[in-house]
Design a protein around this ligand. Structure first.
Ligand code: CTP
Length: 413
């Protein structure tokens, strides 16, 4: 989620560092917009280091990119913490004489304020009227808490704790999403925020000699779409890519939420996925793993001699079985099955048997044939879970199938 954290000039600004930190740790993109006064309490260097983005108070920076409006329009959430009596008054009046004021006017995202001030200022009729106006306009007000204030007094006016601000802010976003119903534009959906996903994609290649390999027709498109969908929806995705067709990795390479690791053979894929899975919440094995490899790879090109050749093959490690065996508590494991079948019933039955045999939480079954499944940009799939039921079906683009997969994973979790 793109979050703007506005900071106005109060001592509680030091606690807002924790708010920013918590949001960044959970995978959100956070832009801090302090007022000039706020910088007297916590300086630019701290905000930049914690948020990992440049920080300015001025509406005149990046004028060409209309930065003053861009922050507000891009935001999925705006938090103002601490919100001083002065900033709340300006918000109520629509004053926009600094970057924070402009950002607040330009946004349609939920706005959450955490007031912090002396009790007398909080109790003043002007502040109370401003708060009432803001509430009426849909601004969420969290706090203030009652307790010791700077200067030795005690009473309402303390900014609430950082975790409470984060919880209230995320709840405000959820509320808006629920009110609006299911978002139509999947790019806006951030329902996998903070999830750590490992996705394998593409086909492995098992070398025979320096020029030949055993491979398969997987293009990697479906697996890459699964990783991109996860990252678009807020997850941090680690994509372990075996061989994929040219250009297929493009979207993933450009995505800030995705790290890519290459693996050529089934054994390399096994090592990479196993290591990554030890820190993952969800593992999706979309790769087409060769079932057999050549135990003795020839160092020289095998030549034609008497017209026939015999290759000894051994089974590759079953990566999915290994993952299921070593599953972390709470980890969800998703397998793929590409099956040839004459009817829908046969496809489903094959899927049910394979789901049970593999012990995965969810199996994505798609029908393949000479003309189906591979290389195409379209796909159709069934999703079978531990109840042996088809819990979802999807057809259309590989992205649509990927989104259906994540919807099913979310329901399972
Ligand atoms: N898979 C794996 N390791 C292997 C083979 C397959 O992890 N050595 C994973 C695939 O990534 C996929 C799932 O297992 O998620 C099912 O792949 P599939 O080839 O259909 O499974 P097999 O066990 O090889 O089944 P079959 O007997 O039908 O070939």
């Amino acid at each position: 989620m793109f979050v703007v954290v506005g900071v106005s000039g109060g001592i509680a600004a030091y606690k807002t560092v924790q708010v920013v930190r918590a949001l960044v740790t959970n995978g959100h993109e956070v832009h801090v917009v302090p007022t000039e006064d706020a910088l007297r309490f916590v300086g630019t260097a701290t905000w930049e280091a914690i948020s990992r983005h440049p920080v300015t108070t001025s509406v005149h920076d990046d004028v060409a990119e209309v930065r003053h409006v861009a922050l507000g329009t891009q935001a999925d959430l705006v938090i103002v913490a601490p919100a001083t009596a002065n900033t709340l008054a300006k918000m109520a009046a629509g004053i926009s004489d600094n970057l924070l004021g402009v950002t607040i006017l330009a946004t349609t995202a939920p706005v959450v304020v955490a007031p912090a001030m002396h009790t007398a200022m909080w109790d003043h009729a002007a502040t109370q009227a401003n708060i009432a106006t803001l509430r009426e306009r849909g601004v969420h007000v969290v706090g203030p808490a009652d307790g010791p204030l700077t200067g030795g007094d005690s009473g309402p006016g303390r900014m609430v704790e950082p975790d409470e601000i984060v919880a209230a802010a995320l709840a405000a976003v959820d509320e808006q999403t629920t009110d609006a119903g299911a978002p139509h534009d999947r790019d806006d959906l951030r329902d996998l925020d903070g999830l750590r996903a490992v996705v394998s994609a593409g086909g492995t290649r098992e070398p025979i000699d320096p020029v030949r390999y055993l491979g398969n027709r997987s293009s990697g498109r479906q697996g890459v779409a699964v990783a991109v969908a996860a990252a678009d929806r807020g997850a941090r995705a680690h994509l372990v890519a075996a061989h994929v067709d040219d250009g297929v990795l493009g979207d993933a390479e450009r995505h800030p939420g995705i790290t890519i690791e290459r693996a050529g053979t089934a054994a390399e894929l096994d090592t990479a996925v196993r290591a990554a899975a030890s820190e993952a919440d969800v593992v999706v094995m979309a790769a087409a793993v060769a079932d057999f490899s050549v135990p003795e790879v020839s160092d020289v090109k095998i030549r034609k001699e008497d017209g026939t050749i015999t290759l000894d093959l051994v089974e590759t490690p079953d990566i999915l079985a290994g993952l299921v065996e070593r599953r972390r508590p709470g980890q969800t494991i998703v397998g793929f099955a590409a099956e040839t079948a004459d009817s829908d019933d046969e496809l489903r039955e094959r899927g049910v048997r394979k789901r049970a045999r593999k012990g995965v939480d969810l199996l994505t079954v798609n029908r393949v044939g000479w003309q189906q499944g591979f290389e195409a940009t379209e796909n159709a799939a069934l999703f079978i879970d531990g109840t042996d039921e088809v819990v979802a079906e999807a057809s259309g683009s590989k992205r649509a199938v990927a989104d259906a997969l994540w919807d099913a994973v979310r329901r399972l979790r």
